[in-house]
Design a protein around this ligand. Structure first.
Ligand code: NCD
Ligand code: ZN
Length: 352
């Protein structure tokens, strides 16, 4: 097959975006208008966990110039109860999002993974309400000793807890956000049909080597789960480009933090600003670089159809166009350093 220079894809879905608040909200919204649908993650400074917050969040997002439609999430915090979840659902939240305590940005309000069973009544209600339960699966501390678990092992060590949820709730749609390594990928690929996995551009296209810049730590590639090895990227890319990628979706995890905070804090916040016009070309170029096929069917499943099916969204009726045209990613946008800053992309999004 010859080299393709133009790619038409159905308008993608961004089913894991931190739209944030205030100035950051404006910025993320602007860069999210390439998506047909967005799932907003409610891990704000004060997590979204009440019907009032859900209603306010809808207004906050709609006050911007948005061309996407969106779903709202509520956070599984210590004080989330079945009836409260139901009220949040009535107020417009379709997704119950889980960030275990100690794993990531603003997860200090999350239930500890080893205590998740205490919240199974909330998951039960999510099932009754046909809400989607989607989680950040990492075990940050050894539950026996309380000691930190090394970052590269955290995702894999969360699998028994995820497995317990899956066994307990065969009817619940369960998401595994931002799969980063081979053990979790294999687990999701072998899981029952009610389980789906999300994958980001950075977990496919970057490795832990990117977290080092001339020997020193580069906070702009620091996220959770932490970036892994080339073999992990290759496994993720192979899974995405395969025809049977039915339970995998694109979860951009666009998670900006101010450059200043990233560069000056002793323990900088985790999260990568990964807008779609960078992430999507990076994925295409990654597939090409490792010699995997660029199949429109597989890509449309991954970026669009699978999310439509899993999240019961109406079908997209328009497209985006990518052309082979090299460009350099800007060093920053409004004080935020994006994914792949200063590096070359071989593809650009044209009509969107
Ligand atoms: C995200 C953020 O900054 O909100 N950070 C990250 O490293 N991915 C939170 C999350 O999705 O885990
Ligand atoms: Zn995220």
């Amino acid at each position: 097959m010859g080299l393709i220079n133009l790619l038409r894809l159905r308008r993608p879905k961004g089913m894991h975006i931190h739209l944030r608040q205030d100035d950051l909200l404006k910025l993320v919204v602007m860069f999210s208008n390439i998506y047909g649908w967005v799932l907003d993650i409610g891990n704000l400074l004060i997590p979204i966990k009440s019907p009032e917050q859900v209603r306010r969040r809808r207004e906050e997002i709609e006050a911007n110039n948005i061309s996407f439609k969106f779903l709202l999430s509520v956070m599984l915090t210590e004080d989330m109860m079945p009836d409260l979840l139901e009220e949040c659902h009535e107020a417009g939240a379709d997704v119950l999002k889980y960030q275990p305590f100690g794993t990531t940005t603003n997860s200090q309000f999350g239930v500890r993974l080893e205590k998740l069973r205490e919240k199974y009544d909330v998951l039960e209600r999510a099932l009754e309400l046909r809400m989607i339960f989607t989680g950040h699966w990492e075990l940050p501390y050894n539950p026996l000793t309380g000691k930190d678990i090394p970052l590269p092992l955290r995702e894999e060590l969360s699998i028994p807890y995820l497995s317990d949820v899956i066994d307990y709730f065969p009817g619940l749609t369960i998401g595994v956000e931002h799969i980063s390594g081979r053990p979790m990928l294999q687990f999701v690929q072998q899981a029952p049909l009610n389980v789906f996995g999300g994958i980001t551009a950075h977990h496919m296209g970057c490795t832990r080597a990117d977290m080092r810049d001339q020997g020193s730590f580069n906070p702009h590639y620091s996220c959770r789960p932490v970036l892994k090895d080339f073999e992990d990227c290759l496994a993720l890319m192979t899974a995405v480009s395969a025809e049977d990628n039915d339970n995998l979706i694109f979860t951009p995890d666009c998670a900006p933090h101010l450059k200043e905070r990233k560069e000056t804090m002793s323990d900088p916040p985790v999260g990568i600003f990964a807008p779609g016009h960078i992430g999507i070309p990076l994925i295409i170029q990654g597939l090409e670089n490792v010699g995997l096929p660029i199949r429109e069917t597989a890509l449309n499943n991954f970026f669009s159809y699978n999310a439509e099916r899993i999240y019961s969204l109406p079908p997209a009726d328009d497209e985006i166009v990518l052309v082979r045209e090299p460009c350099i990613v800007p060093a920053e946008y409004n004080g935020i350093v994006p994914l792949w800053a200063g590096r070359q992309l071989n593809w650009q999004m044209k009509e969107y």
